[in-house]
Design a protein around this ligand. Structure first.
Ligand SMILES: [Zn+2]
Length: 475
């Protein structure tokens, strides 16, 4: 997909002579909006975009890629509705209306749409959903008619104020474009003499923006990587280990989420490595729901201390910008720092205290196909529509069913051969294997979320601190 001429940015980039380093780029409000929109993307959408763009070379992002590919391979019969599986594979973004106004869109945002039943009284955001007003046994109850929803579009700009301009540092800090920011940057990077600076103008299109999205997650110097073609590794194995051993952020309010999900784990006693988990649908639903959480909310849940080092900087920048001068409004700040889940994405198995968009008030004009949003009850020529939950049951995964989950979060239906092949492959004697039960509450869930972003052994790294026994000395 070639970006049109207007979908490109011309950036003035300042590099340091002899150091192979980008110091900063000057960016306008349109570029800042694209960058901030990363925080509104759900983890599953990010994974989908990276796989679509990079194919087999897509970064694995801890266990997220294996979780996503496992979801893709799990038969639709394990979901209450086919629509539910599709919602997880291509999660919506609750800021789609705002993101549809971005100068450069990293994916095609469908116009807000709904499917309407034959009677014109039920509506759903997804097709392959059965309506409630017609005979449920008739095949004609599937929503077929597609209607585009009208919404107000008087609002200009996206997240930042239209006159604002910014400096973007190599590690994705966004600073107001001012002499003071510049001096602060020079001091930070030990620039004594401005003669060492070299200016370049670079054209940035879709390809570079995708590189920036990828770089924001895997690199601590994404601008240098992209513009000077020098790739750096964000973290060594040692810092990764240290990071995973640091304390988990305290959840804000433990009492508000009393839910616990029981999981049986098969543990190698000598190392406390979790070989696999045997679980019910609630835990699988929780795992798949990780893919629906917007990046900004992941940062918020983990107190902005994720392994996405550059995203931590981008996220922190928002709080340091002035509302009205740089960022549009308080509501915009909330939209970026704690994005809600889209409507119908909050599963009953969700352990985290996340918000969900409220139901749109959809009305259909009498004797017409016009469907429109209203914030308050309109005149009686408009009829309120039945909104149908496309997941069917307040959650995605169908039960009662038993599933197995591997250390890298691949979900499948249990088979006796999978356990035997793991033991053979890893050369583990049966005497070294035990089964433990864990109750996954908010602390365990936060630890698992953090590990899933960085580790290909997410179950072990996330749940090891909660196992009942310490590993025996390994001979
Ligand atoms: Zn209907």
């Amino acid at each position: 997909m070639a970006a049109a001429e207007e979908d490109r940015f011309s950036l003035r980039v300042m590099t340091v002579k002899g150091r192979n380093k980008v110091l900063y780029a000057e960016i306008d409000c349109d570029f800042a909006d694209v960058l901030f929109s990363f925080l509104t993307l759900p983890l599953g959408k990010i994974m989908r975009l990276l796989i679509q763009h990079y194919g087999n070379n897509a970064p694995i992002l801890g266990s997220l890629k294996s979780l996503y590919v496992g979801l893709e391979n799990l038969d639709s019969c394990h979901f209450w509705t086919e629509a539910g599986k599709l919602m997880l594979l291509d999660p919506r973004n609750s800021s789609e209306i705002q993101c549809s106004r971005l100068k450069l869109q990293i994916y095609d945002i469908d116009p807000m749409q709904c499917f309407v039943c034959r009677n014109g009284t039920c509506a759903s955001m997804h097709h392959r959903v059965k309506c409630v007003c017609l005979n449920p046994n008739s095949s004609s109850t599937t929503m077929k008619r597609f209607i585009e929803i009208e919404h107000r579009s008087g609002d200009k700009g996206v997240f930042t104020v239209q006159t604002a301009s910014f400096l973007l540092t190599d590690n994705l800090m966004v600073l107001p474009d001012s002499p003071i920011s510049l001096l602060w940057l020079f001091k930070l990077y030990g620039i004594e003499d401005t003669n060492v600076l070299e200016e370049r103008t670079l054209i940035v299109g879709l390809k570079e923006i995708m590189e920036l999205l990828k770089g924001s997650l895997v690199s601590s110097t994404p601008l240098t990587d992209i513009f000077l073609g020098i790739s750096t590794v964000a973290s060594t194995f040692k810092t990764r280990k240290e990071y995973l051993m640091s304390a988990i952020p305290e959840p804000d309010d433990l009492s508000s989420t009393p839910m616990k999900i029981n999981v049986k784990v098969v543990v190698q006693s000598s190392t406390n490595r979790i070989l696999l988990a045997q679980t019910r649908e609630d835990f699988v639903d929780f795992l798949f729901s990780l893919l629906t959480i917007p990046l900004g909310s992941v940062q918020s849940l983990l107190d902005n201390k994720t392994c996405f080092w550059s995203i931590n900087n981008l996220y922190r920048s928002i709080s340091n910008l002035e509302i009205g001068e740089h960022i549009k409004s308080e509501e915009t700040v909330d939209r970026l720092l704690e994005p809600e889940l889209p409507l119908y994405y909050l599963s009953s198995s969700q352990i985290f205290p996340l918000g969900e968009q409220s139901s749109p008030e959809l009305y259909r004009l009498f004797n017409s196909n016009r469907i429109k949003y209203f914030e308050s009850t309109p005149r009686d020529v408009w009829h309120e529509m039945n909104m149908i939950d496309p997941t069917g049951k307040d959650c995605f995964v169908k039960g009662p069913t038993t599933f197995t989950v591997t250390d890298d979060l691949v979900v499948s239906i249990p088979s006796s051969t999978s356990m035997i092949s793991i033991l053979n492959q890893m050369k583990i004697p049966l005497s070294d294997v035990e089964v433990q039960e864990l109750d996954i509450g908010i602390e365990e869930a936060l630890s698992l979320l953090r590990a899933s972003l960085i580790s290909t052994q997410a179950l072990t790294d996330g749940l090891k601190p909660f196992l009942k026994t310490q590993p025996r000395d390994q001979k």
